[in-house]
Design a protein around this ligand. Structure first.
Ligand SMILES: Nc1ncnc2c1ncn2[C@@H]1O[C@H](COP(=O)(O)OP(=O)(O)O)[C@@H](O)[C@H]1O
Ligand SMILES: [Mg+2]
Length: 287
């Protein structure tokens, strides 16, 4: 994990009005190019943390930095932050408001004061990335939940952020919708976007993320996903169960079917590949 820290919270504390302290003295790093899964039990502060990272909330103590520089919460500073970090909230209906898909997606770039041609190019690009070009003129209230979710993500992508933060993006999607979303996120990662997602799905986190951050009452602990999600003590604190891929890895190792240094399976396909490698007889050297 030597990639540069792009966005960070330093000693950040936050409490809602009339509410208990949600986060206290929190240090949190988003490293460039590392896919990060944010995990923790309900009410542990995942959404609050994401809103602090994207500037929607301001820490009461501590600071938010971008490439080491403190964020200024004035108009200019926040505009700069929004071209670096974009948050997609959990419920698309909290994000969408324009009459049509294209209008909604164009809102952010228009607000940046970009020329029309540039706005159009960005909207086209974002709609294509989310595979919703055909929905451009569709009224947002006539879309399915999955389509609304894609539209909300396209609106964030049109800002060309360096960091895209998604709050439980797979919640409410059917299995096919989840797969399509992961493929979309892979595409965004390949084009250089750093992606952070909050999720309760440990299997998804293991398969998708490079790193996992576990939000517990004693703070956030971040590390390589396969290491973090094998820590049963932390999982218990965070109200999570062991991912099946980790359980399978432990079983394979216990039976001498996987080297201690070899990576374990993170998906059914990877487990199948391991099984095939073990059951296929070696091809004789002389053919
Ligand atoms: N707008 C709000 N006003 C008051 N309390 C809130 C608000 N949003 C969240 N909380 C409280 O803050 C804590 C953290 O919530 P949240 O960040 O939504 O956690 P998570 O996303 O991990 O479920 C919870 O105790 C929640 O009840
Ligand atoms: Mg939440």
């Amino acid at each position: 994990m030597s990639e540069p820290v792009l966005v960070a919270l330093r000693g950040a504390s936050f409490a809602y009005e009339d509410g208990p302290t949600v986060l206290s003295g929190l240090d949190f790093d988003v490293r460039e190019g590392r896919a990060l899964a944010l995990l923790g039990r309900n009410g542990s502060g995942k959404t609050t943390l994401m809103r602090l990272l994207s500037g929607g909330l301001r820490p009461h103590a501590g600071e938010l930095t971008v490439e080491g520089l403190p964020v200024a919460y004035g108009r200019k500073g926040l505009t700069r932050l929004r071209t670096t970090v974009q948050l997609v909230v959990q419920d698309p209906d909290d994000q969408l408001f324009a009459a049509s898909v294209a209008q909604d997606v164009s809102f952010g770039p228009l607000n940046l004061g970009l020329p029309d041609a540039e706005v159009r190019a960005r909207v086209d690009e974002a709609l294509a990335a989310l595979d919703i070009t055909a929905l451009a003129d569709r009224p947002t209230h006539l879309l399915s939940y999955g389509q609304r979710k894609r539209t909300a993500i396209a609106g964030a992508v049109a800002m060309r952020p360096r960091v895209l933060i998604l709050d439980e993006p797979t919640a409410g999607l059917d299995p096919d919708g989840q797969e399509r979303l992961l493929a979309t996120l892979d595409g965004l990662r390949a084009s250089g976007t750093t992606v952070v997602m909050a999720t309760h799905d440990v299997d998804l986190a293991l398969r998708w993320a490079d790193d996992a951050a576990l939000l517990t009452p004693s703070g956030a602990l971040t590390g390589p996903v396969a290491t973090m999600l094998a820590r049963t003590d932390l999982l218990q604190q965070a109200g999570l169960r062991l991912p099946w891929g980790i359980a399978a890895t432990q079983l394979l190792r216990a039976h001498g079917l996987l080297d201690d240094t070899a990576p374990g399976p993170r998906s059914p396909d990877e487990l199948a590949a391991l099984a095939t490698a073990h059951t296929t007889p070696p091809v004789p050297a002389d053919g």
